[in-house]
Design a protein around this ligand. Structure first.
Ligand SMILES: NC(=O)C1=CN([C@@H]2O[C@H](COP(=O)(O)OP(=O)(O)OC[C@H]3O[C@@H](n4cnc5c(N)ncnc54)[C@H](O)[C@@H]3O)[C@@H](O)[C@H]2O)[C@@H](O)CC1
Ligand SMILES: Nc1ncnc2c1ncn2[C@@H]1O[C@H](COP(=O)(O)OP(=O)(O)O)[C@@H](O)[C@H]1O
Ligand SMILES: [K+]
Length: 481
C-alpha cells in the first residue's frame, strides 16, 4: 500500500464526520494519549519516566490542548511537567485544568535542562512563521523536540518551512498524514501516526511509494525473455564538451533493467570504453528501434542538438527529456504538441522555471501539478524532495524524500534520467517509472555514500545494491522469475 498524505481541509472534514467523537473531545483524548505514549517511550528508553523533566510549549488552539492533556498524562507517570503558555488567556481550559490537577506547573520559561520538549504551538490551524515569543522559547532548547501534529511554523498543505519554524526530532500525528510530513520531511524527524478512529480516507493530495512496492514492481527478466523483449532504451545524451553525461546516463540505464541499451551521440567511444555491452551509433536515426528514448543530459543547445530533440520527440514511443533538452523545449514548446506517446520531463528548479516561465516559488506541490497539467505531460521536479505529477488533475502527486542529501552532486541527475528512461522502456507508466527511479536513486545515494560525500560514478555503482535492497524489502512477494 502506498502512503497517503492529506490537506488540512480533508483532515478537518474527516474529523467532523466522526460527529460525537469530535464534539465529546474523544479525538483529542486519543491524540493526547498518543503524544504522551511516544514521549514516555523516549523517556523509558533513556532511563525511565519518574523524575524526568518535560516542557510543553502551548499555543492558543487545540494543538495546545493536545499538548496540555499529554502533559497531564505524563505528570501522572511521575514526570515533572512544566508548560509555557504563549497566550495564557486562550490556552485550552480543560487541558490546562487537567495539567494542573495532575501536578503539572505553568512557568514563565522552561528550565535549562529538560529531557524532552513538546511543541504544541500550532498544528493544522497554523499560518506563517513561529511568532517571536515561541521562537525565543525554542532558541534555547537542546532536548529532543516532539511536535504535536506538525512542527510549528510549517504549512500543513504546502510544507513551506517559514523562518523561524520548529525542527522536530519526532512528530506525532493523528488519523492520517498531512502533506507537510512528506514535503517538509527533514524538519519533521520520525513521524508517528496515531489511530484516532478516522478510518480510511479517500482523496489523497500526495502519495509516496513504499520500498517494498518499488521492489515488487521492479522489472526483472523471466524465463521467456531475451534482450529485446524487456524494452530497449535509447540514450541521446553527451556532447564533445560533456561526454560524461552520456556515460553516466547510459550506465544507469544498463544497471536499471536487463536487456539492451542503445547510445546515440558523439560520446560513443567513451561510453563503449566504460560499458562495452552498449550498442552505439552516431545519431538517433541510425540507432535502430527502441521502446523509449532519453534525451538531453549534457547535450548542448545548438542547432544539431535541437534537430536531434525534434527527431526523438517525433517518435511514437515514450520520451524522457532532461537537462539541455528541457532548455530547448522551453524555447520550443510546440515540439510537445504533436506527441502521441507519453512524455516525462525531469527538471531541477532552474529548468522548471524556464519551462514554467516563472520561478518555482515556495509551493512546489502546486507548481509541479500546474505545469504537468498545462503541458499535458508527466513532470518530475528534482531536489531533496522529488515531486512527480501526471497530466490528469484527479491523481495524487507522488513524492519521494531522499532521506539524505548525498545525491546533491554533479551528474546525479544524469543517473536519475538513465534509471527512469530504462523503466519507461520496460513499459512502466511515466509516473510509476519516475517514482521507482527516484526511490532507487535515493537508496543508491545512501548506500554509495556510506556517510561520506560521493560522486555520481559511485552513485551509479551503488544502483545494483539499491535494487537488491528494495527487492528484498518486497520479500516473498517478489514475482517468480
Ligand atoms: N479537531 C479535533 O478534534 C482534533 C484536533 N486536534 C488538534 O487540533 C489542532 C488544530 O487545532 P486548531 O484548529 O485549534 O488550530 P491550531 O491549534 O493549530 O492553531 C490555531 C491557533 O493558533 C493561532 N496561530 C495561527 N498561526 C500562528 C502562528 N504562526 N503562531 C502563533 N499562533 C498562531 C491562531 O490564531 C489560533 O488561535 C490539530 O493540529 C491537532 O493538533 C487533535 O486534538 C485531534 C482532534
Ligand atoms: N538536497 C538534495 N538531496 C537529495 N537529492 C538531491 C538534492 N538536490 C538534488 N538532488 C537530486 O540529485 C539529482 C541532481 O540532478 P541535477 O540537478 O539534474 O544534477 P546534474 O545535472 O549535475 O546531474 C536529482 O536526482 C535530484 O533529485
Ligand atoms: K505543533
Amino acid at each position: 500500500m502506498p502512503v497517503d498524505y492529506f490537506t488540512a481541509a480533508a483532515v478537518r472534514a474527516a474529523e467532523a464526520a466522526t460527529g460525537d467523537l469530535l464534539t465529546s473531545g474523544a479525538l483529542m483524548q486519543r491524540a493526547a494519549t498518543g503524544v504522551a505514549n511516544v514521549v514516555a517511550a523516549h523517556l523509558v528508553s533513556t532511563g525511565g519516566c519518574y523524575g524526568r523533566g518535560v516542557g510543553l510549549v502551548v499555543g492558543a488552539g487545540d494543538n495546545g490542548g493536545d499538548a496540555l492533556f499529554a502533559g497531564a498524562l505524563l505528570a501522572r507517570r511521575g514526570v515533572s511537567v512544566c508548560a509555557v503558555l504563549l497566550n495564557p488567556e486562550r490556552a485550552h481550559p480543560a487541558g490546562l485544568a487537567a495539567l494542573r490537577r495532575s501536578g503539572g506547573r505553568v512557568v514563565e520559561r522552561l528550565p535549562a535542562t529538560m529531557d524532552a520538549v513538546v511543541d504544541g504551538v500550532v498544528g493544522i490551524g497554523g499560518h506563517g512563521p513561529l511568532r517571536e515569543s515561541a521562537a525565543t522559547v525554542f532558541a534555547s532548547v537542546t532536548a529532543p523536540v516532539f511536535a504535536v501534529d506538525l512542527p510549528s511554523g510549517i504549512d500543513a498543505d504546502t510544507g513551506v518551512v517559514h523562518d523561524p519554524a520548529v525542527s522536530a526530532d519526532v512528530t506525532v500525528t493523528f488519523g492520517v498524514r498531512r502533506n507537510a510530513h512528506l514535503l517538509a520531511a527533514p524538519h519533521c524527524g520520525r513521524v508517528v501516526l496515531i489511530d484516532i478512529g478516522l478510518g480510511d480516507l479517500d482523496g489523497a493530495d500526495l502519495r509516496s511509494w513504499t520500498d517494498d512496492e518499488v521492489g515488487r514492481c521492479w522489472p526483472v527478466p523471466g524465463p521467456a525473455d531475451d534482450k529485446y523483449t524487456q524494452g530497449v532504451v535509447g540514450v541521446v545524451a553527451g556532447s564533445p564538451r560533456y561526454p560524461g553525461a552520456g556515460v553516466l546516463c547510459t550506465g544507469a540505464a544498463i544497471h536499471a533493467t536487463s536487456g539492451l541499451t542503445r547510445y546515440a551521440g558523439s560520446a560513443g567511444a567513451q561510453v563503449l570504453s566504460r560499458f562495452p555491452e552498449v550498442v552505439v551509433s552516431e545519431s538517433p536515426q541510425a540507432a535502430g528501434r527502441v521502446q523509449a528514448w532519453i534525451v538531453g543530459p549534457g547535450f548542448g543547445v545548438d542547432d544539431d542538438a535541437l534537430a536531434r530533440l525534434r527527431t526523438v520527440l517525433a517518435a511514437d514511443v515514450p520520451v524522457l527529456v532532461d537537462a539541455d533538452g528541457l532548455t530547448m523545449l522551453a524555447a520550443h514548446p510546440e515540439l510537445l504538441a504533436a506527441r502521441t506517446a507519453a512524455t516525462l520531463l525531469t527538471p531541477h528548479a532552474g529548468e522548471f522555471a524556464r519551462l514554467a516561465g516563472q520561478p518555482l516559488g515556495p509551493d512546489r506541490l502546486a507548481a509541479v501539478r500546474d505545469l504537468a497539467q498545462r503541458l499535458g505531460v508527466t513532470v518530475l521536479l528534482k531536489g531533496r524532495g522529488t515531486l512527480i505529477a501526471g497530466p490528469e488533475p484527479s491523481t495524487p502527486v507522488i513524492g519521494n524524500d531522499a532521506g539524505s542529501s548525498w545525491a546533491a552532486t554533479a551528474g546525479s541527475g544524469d543517473v536519475l534520467a538513465g534509471l527512469a528512461g530504462a523503466l519507461l522502456a520496460s513499459g512502466r507508466s511515466p509516473v510509476d517509472a519516475a517514482a521507482m527511479a527516484a526511490r532507487v536513486h535515493s537508496v543508491a545515494a545512501a548506500i554509495g555514500a556510506d556517510d561520506a560525500p560521493l560522486g555520481a560514478s559511485r552513485l551509479l555503482g551503488a544502483i545494483p545494491a539499491a535494487i537488491t535492497r528494495l527487492r528484498r524489502a518486497a520479500g516473498a512477494s517478489v514475482v517468480r522469475q
